[in-house]
Design a protein around this ligand. Structure first.
Ligand SMILES: CC(C)(COP(=O)(O)OP(=O)(O)OC[C@H]1O[C@@H](n2cnc3c(N)ncnc32)[C@H](O)[C@@H]1OP(=O)(O)O)[C@@H](O)C(=O)NCCC(=O)NCCS
Length: 155
């Protein structure tokens, strides 16, 4: 199977923080952000695999700063690492003031998606071909995290 660079599947998705997505403090619900992250990650994984995917795990979601009603949420999803059938996707979320364009990082998440066949069994994905120095570093870090995940599942 021919390899693909992370840039081929990288996506940006924009959501608007509407009043219905916020709590009594006027800041966005974490669960809503997690839904957006899962969808952005899945779209990125599908673009890499060109196959249906399922979410296998979410390692961690770090909420670094709150976004407020009216903000735009800019989700940036890209593949860090691929195994045989799995893909580690990173999703970074920035909040943007729609009037000024000022952005700040609100959330970072790491998810693993697995490509599946017609019988819902794991199915091979194209190898990832990191190009930039940053992509190569993320690839090596992702490789180590996959090993760590496998070891922790065996415990
Ligand atoms: C994810 C799933 C397809 C894995 O199937 P499985 O038969 O257990 O898979 P295997 O043990 O053969 O592993 C297949 C790959 O998945 C990875 N994997 C399996 N479980 C994982 C987990 N919990 N977290 C991260 N990766 C996982 C393995 O490392 C392996 O990767 P590789 O092929 O790149 O080496 C299966 O557990 C499943 O369907 N889970 C439910 C998914 C779901 O409903 N998600 C929510 C809605 S989309």
């Amino acid at each position: 199977m021919q390899g693909k660079a992370p840039s081929v599947s990288r996506i940006q998705k924009i959501e608007h923080v509407l009043p219905g997505y916020t709590n009594s403090l006027g800041t966005v619900f974490g669960g809503k952000v997690m839904e957006w992250i899962d969808i952005a990650g899945a779209v990125c994984a599908i673009r890499h695999a060109r196959k249906p995917v399922v979410t296998a795990s979410i390692d961690r979601v770090d909420f670094l700063a709150p976004a407020r009603v009216g903000h735009l949420m800019v989700l940036d999803a890209f593949v860090n690492y691929t195994g045989k059938t799995s893909m580690e996707i990173q999703v970074n979320v920035k909040a943007e003031d729609p009037m000024t364009g000022e952005q700040f990082l609100t959330t970072e998440a790491l998810l693993t998606f697995v490509a599946i066949d017609q019988n819902c069994k794991p199915s091979p994905v194209p190898p990832l071909l990191p190009e930039t120095k940053e992509e190569k570093a993320r690839f090596e870090e992702g490789k180590q995290r996959k090993l760590d995940r496998e070891n922790s599942r065996k415990k």
